[in-house]
Design a protein around this ligand. Structure first.
Ligand SMILES: [Zn+2]
Length: 112
């Protein structure tokens, strides 16, 4: 499966390719709205809210923390492995900027 964590093309550009390869693609319904509005690729399956997946031996959950990098950014938590995949929302400690802020909510970013 492939899961796009927000609507920007660095997350969604491959969705159609993955679907053609028989890979199940997912985004949130919120991401789908932004993707459609901005002419980006869209997923085959939509998540209406935070979702728990169990695939083989792996369990992970999606979580919407609020607006930051984009209004729709989600994160993925692999609880057993204690790994948080946060996409573009969370930066490394060495990062000196928050990266692209063109679609960000800079007022809410720190709270999120
Ligand atoms: Zn982005």
């Amino acid at each position: 499966m492939a899961l796009a964590t927000h609507w920007h093309s660095d997350k969604t550009a491959g969705l159609e390719y993955y679907r053609q390869q028989g890979i199940r693609t997912y985004t949130t319904t919120q991401t789908d709205v932004f993707s459609e509005k901005n002419g980006h690729k869209r997923a085959e399956f939509l998540m209406a809210g935070d979702t728990v997946f169990q695939i083989g031996q792996y369990t992970f959950e999606t979580y919407y923390p609020g607006e930051g990098h984009t209004a729709d950014n989600i994160v993925v938590w692999f609880g057993q492995e204690k790994i948080l995949y946060a996409g573009c929302l969370v930066k490394g400690a060495e990062a000196e900027t928050l990266g692209y802020l063109g679609d960000a909510n800079v007022m809410e970013y720190a709270n999120t």
